[in-house]
Write a protein that binds this ligand. Structure first.
Ligand SMILES: C[S@@+](CC[C@H](N)C(=O)[O-])C[C@H]1O[C@@H](n2cnc3c(N)ncnc32)[C@H](O)[C@@H]1O
Length: 229
């Protein structure tokens, strides 16, 4: 089975040999790939919506992996008991949803030895949550698929280094290693921050808010970083 570039990048950050949970599995492509390739021995595929849950069940029956991939219906990490798996992947959701899922079941989250997260937006908020919650980033990746850039963060339990604030938005490891797609990533972050600031500039109330000043500061810091590349 061949994965698309985004899912292949996520799969490459899953530590081999451990038990996996793919939360929000949708089509179950990721656990099917990891189990059928022998990268992980066993997986839970979690899904909270009926349509994708049914589709995942059909896909697992088709490939004959129902003995090694357990499909469970439920919200986030609530489908797991503490200690049941080593790694949780939460991919293709907004940063705030990922944070909600990780915060909602603290005993399960604390029992994991690896998180592989792929936020569709709000990567900065996810990195700040990880750092404040006893997780350190061990790998970060950027991948382009169908004209869109995606970021992936792998984290392990441990005290995080402290970074310059803007690096939480950029990804400190992506910055340190000067990832080949870093310029595109910075330009995308800058375009998004400028878009929000421009929308806020239309309202006198928004312009006088601390949030607006935060966005202007973020734009200036991103421009500085781009100038350093
Ligand atoms: C855009 S899809 C991403 C699918 C897959 N993870 C990927 O990256 O290709 C998001 C999936 O997460 C599911 N989902 C959203 N919130 C969830 C939650 N709290 N618990 C479990 N699944 C959730 C949705 O039903 C949907 O199937």
């Amino acid at each position: 089975m061949k994965l698309g570039k985004r899912l292949a990048t996520i799969a490459a950050l899953v530590p081999p040999g451990g038990r996996l949970a793919d939360i929000g599995t949708d089509h179950a492509y990721l656990p099917v790939y990891l189990v059928s390739e022998g990268i992980v021995p066993w997986a839970v595929a979690g899904e909270v919506h009926q349509g994708p849950f049914r589709a995942a069940g059909e896909a697992l029956a088709r490939v004959g992996l129902t003995d090694r991939i357990e499909l469970r219906f439920g919200d986030g990490l609530a489908v797991l008991a503490p200690g049941e798996v080593d790694t949780a992947v939460i991919a293709g959701m907004g940063g705030p949803t990922i944070i909600e899922i990780l915060s909602a079941c603290p005993e399960v989250t604390a029992s994991l030895s690896c998180l592989v997260l792929q936020p569709m937006l709000g990567g900065g908020a996810v990195r700040r949550w990880l750092a404040a919650s006893g997780w350190r980033a061990v790998a970060e990746a950027l991948v382009e698929e169908d004209g869109r850039l995606y970021e992936v963060i792998a984290a392990a339990p441990g005290a995080a280094e402290e970074y310059e604030d803007i690096l939480y938005d950029i990804g400190p490891l992506l910055w340190d290693r000067r990832h080949p797609l870093l310029r595109d990533h910075l330009e995308a972050l800058l375009a998004q921050a400028r878009r929000v600031a421009a929308e806020m500039a239309a309202s006198p109330q928004a312009v006088s808010s601390p949030k607006y000043r935060e966005y202007l500061a973020k734009i200036a810091q991103l421009e500085d970083k781009l100038a350093c590349l």
